[in-house]
Design a protein around this ligand. Structure first.
Ligand SMILES: [Zn+2]
Ligand SMILES: [Zn+2]
Length: 180
């Protein structure tokens, strides 16, 4: 989402502007396409930009739906992800006079000479941080059978591991899987 903060920066310090972002599903060719890289399929966000001494302080809450894979059974799932975000954007040019402003701190997010701020990288970053690392399709997902790979939710079964040498060989191999 891109917002033009020029009108806000012309108002007194402390003035604020509200924005609302709702997109479902996110258009892969639209300005929020960067969110799709984070698995976000839809988003709904309330954003407030406040005119501060250095520029614009942007704060808000985002509710997104993120496409993930169950960490146990590998089934595709859509998980709700919520994130709060806040960031100071530093003006580099005075909006009224057009003169350059004091150097922003290193690594600070800046407002370019066109006064448009792209909020997509901020939203993407915060939603990635809020996304669960080991999502589950349901809290009691039984996962895949470690021996034959079948889904234990839809196909509950056990193997008689003691009597068949082939299974014990596979069990040894399984111990070397790096993701376990
Ligand atoms: Zn699952
Ligand atoms: Zn099995």
């Amino acid at each position: 989402m891109k917002v033009n903060v020029a009108p806000l920066l012309k108002q007194p310090i402390g003035a604020h502007t509200d924005y609302e972002l709702t997109e479902s599903p996110i258009d892969p060719r639209g300005e929020n396409a960067g969110l799709i890289e984070a698995g976000v399929s839809s988003i709904d966000a309330d954003i407030i930009a406040t005119h501060t001494n250095p520029g614009a302080y942007v704060e808000g809450d985002a509710r997104a739906s993120v496409s993930l894979q169950c960490s146990r059974c590998l089934k595709p799932i859509e998980a709700p992800v919520k994130a709060h975000f806040a960031e100071q954007y530093y003006a580099t040019i005075d909006v009224v006079s057009g003169d350059p402003r004091d150097q922003a701190p290193r690594d600070a997010k800046t407002i370019g000479s066109d006064f448009w701020v792209d909020l997509t990288p901020l939203l993407r970053e915060e939603l990635i941080l809020a996304t669960p690392l080991a999502p589950l399709c349901r809290p009691d997902c039984k996962g895949l059978c470690e021996i034959c790979g079948r889904d234990l939710n839809t196909d509950p079964h056990e193997h008689d591991t003691g009597s068949d040498e082939r299974w014990s060989k596979l069990q040894e191999l399984k111990k070397f899987r790096p993701d376990r």
